[in-house]
Design a protein. Structure first.
Length: 122
């Protein structure tokens, strides 16, 4: 039987302000825009999948857990401490779980996980 699904098309991320969302996803995280920037619907290449930034000012934010401090999305970074430092210097809120992972809030309040695969010291 042939598979019904052949791949992930888009993961939609609700954003409150497209300019601020692009400053985070494109400029801070480095995800290039696919096609054209649009004030309502802009697609970015998240290195292996596409995220669609969709203007939805009243939509619930993406977050998991009882304190809304977890995420269904985890992105690989080469070094979590360096990535966290860079995001904090740009004014983004980061919560460090340990030396290898943590979360960051986008300007709309969506929670994204970041982690690296550096060897853990013994």
């Amino acid at each position: 039987m042939n598979p019904v699904v052949t791949g992930i098309g888009h993961v939609v991320v609700p954003v409150r302000d497209m300019g601020l969302a692009l400053a985070f996803y494109r400029d801070a995280l480095g995800f290039p825009v696919v096609g054209k920037e649009d004030p309502v619907w802009t697609v970015v290449d998240a290195r292996g999948m596409e995220l669609t930034l969709f203007l939805q000012p009243e939509a619930p934010r993406i977050a998991l857990g009882k304190d809304a401090e977890d995420s269904p999305f985890f992105f690989h970074v080469s070094s979590f401490p360096k990535s966290a430092d860079a995001l904090e210097r740009q004014g983004f809120r980061v919560k460090r779980s340990d030396d290898h992972q943590g979360i960051v809030w986008d300007p709309s309040g969506n929670v994204l996980g970041l982690h690296d695969h550096r060897a853990k010291r013994r």
